[in-house]
Design a protein around this ligand. Structure first.
Ligand SMILES: Cc1ncc(COP(=O)(O)O)c(C=O)c1O
Length: 390
């Protein structure tokens, strides 16, 4: 059989660099090694009980067994509006300014397909979630890298983007609190973004997947809470990380009404929405935010404290302890590349991390640890790093 070639839009994606790492990890597991997995960005704790119970009840409602509406269940969108008003001081119309998504990835990935043409530029932060770049490429648009450097607080340098690029820009992706760097954006940065977007007429897509995963000090700022933001952009929100619901596939888009409607009507050609019972349970989650979320965030805070204590014992001080997300972004040691560092941690300490290169070339020289395992295991990981002489 002659293999059928991928479509050009798929074949142009960068090659998958993790094949060898995956093989090494599988071999270590097969050898029976006690692996500490700090690689995955997927909460290890179960979804809180009240949400699961709400789903069990909702699943028995025959009205929910039919196709969901394109924009989403009204009760879910109302709960999302209530959450925004309470947590972020942003008043949104649930009818026109909010629509349900199959996780925030759904909205992130479809925006360029709905709004960017060949020749248009999509501004992509790097290191970053790889979906920004691949969805720009799928749309035939031109991704333009905005490097996130430590010296600039892992914020893009807006002045470094040439006017000729701004002139062709259709979409700018941003993501704060940031995966993988755990950086937060100050209000002044969002204000500068709004000014540029208004001047050059591009759409700001703020990936807010970690907006409420905050555990030390001030909460993170919603982009939509900045004056003028609602005229230029939208926020992609997720229940995945906030409520330990990654498997449920539910999130929502919020912000400028024509963009919310445009994304929903594009998606109507591709999917048929989120099971209404999941949306009903999602509404319970959002309505009980104050009861459910602080406890989850406290767990991450304990884990980060375990890591910082372990790192201090190792003499690793050149990193920022996160105050949100559950990621720690670290420089490699001894001049190792991110892949070499990742392999060394796996081979010498049975620890899985993600090499910075996975988040694009600008991630080289770094690696990411996720606090998605217990504080005890995190402390043990630090011990192993010490013993391995890394
Ligand atoms: C930065 C970022 N954005 C978006 C997502 C997608 O999350 P979901 O589709 O589960 O809402 C992830 C998931 O890991 C992420 O790390």
């Amino acid at each position: 059989m002659v293999p059928t070639a991928y479509a050009h839009r798929f074949a142009q994606l960068p090659p998958y660099i993790f094949v060898e790492l995956d093989r090494m990890r599988a071999e270590a597991v097969a050898r029976g090694e006690d692996i500490i997995n700090l690689g995955i960005g997927d909460p290890d704790q179960p979804t809180p009980r009240p949400i699961v119970e709400a789903l069990i009840e909702a699943a028995q409602n025959p009205a929910y067994h039919r196709y969901p509406s394109n924009a989403g269940l009204p009760a879910f969108r109302q709960a999302a509006a209530g959450y925004y008003a309470r947590q972020h001081g942003v008043k949104l119309d649930p009818e026109t300014e909010i629509a349900t998504l199959i996780g925030s990835k759904d909205g992130i990935a479809h925006m360029p397909l709905a709004y960017a043409d060949p020749g248009d530029v999509v501004l992509v932060p790097e290191p970053g979630y790889p979906v920004y770049r691949s969805s720009a490429l799928f749309a035939g648009a031109e991704p333009y890298t905005m490097p996130l450097r430590r010296a600039n607080g892992f914020l893009p340098d807006l002045d470094a983007i040439p006017d000729a690029i701004y002139a062709r820009t259709k979409i700018m992706y941003l993501n704060y609190p940031n995966n993988p760097t755990a950086a937060f954006a100050p209000r002044s940065f969002f204000e500068a973004v709004v000014e540029r977007a208004a001047k050059h007429g591009f759409i700001v897509v703020h990936d807010a997947a970690y907006l409420d995963v905050c555990f030390a000090g001030e909460p993170a700022i919603s982009f939509l809470s900045v004056p003028g933001a609602r005229e230029v952009g939208i926020e992609m929100c997720s229940l995945s990380k906030t409520f330990n619901m990654t498997g449920w596939r539910i999130g929502f888009v919020a912000g400028r009404s024509d963009l919310v409607a445009g994304l929903s009507s594009f998606k109507a050609n591709i999917d048929s929405g989120v099971f209404n019972a999941i949306q009903a349970a999602g509404a319970v989650a959002l309505n009980q935010f104050d009861r459910l979320v602080p406890q989850i965030n406290l767990t991450y805070h304990d884990r980060v404290n375990a890591l910082t204590a372990g790192m201090a014992a190792l003499g690793w001080e050149d990193y920022q302890a996160p105050r949100g997300t559950f990621y720690v972004w670290l420089q490699t040691r001894g001049g190792l590349t991110s892949m070499e560092m990742t392999k060394a941690l796996l081979q010498k300490a049975s620890i899985v991390v993600v090499p910075g290169l996975a988040f694009g070339g600008e991630g080289e020289g770094f690696f990411r640890m996720a606090m998605t395992t217990s504080a005890t295991r995190i402390a043990e990981a630090c011990e192993r790093i010490k013993e391995a002489g890394l």
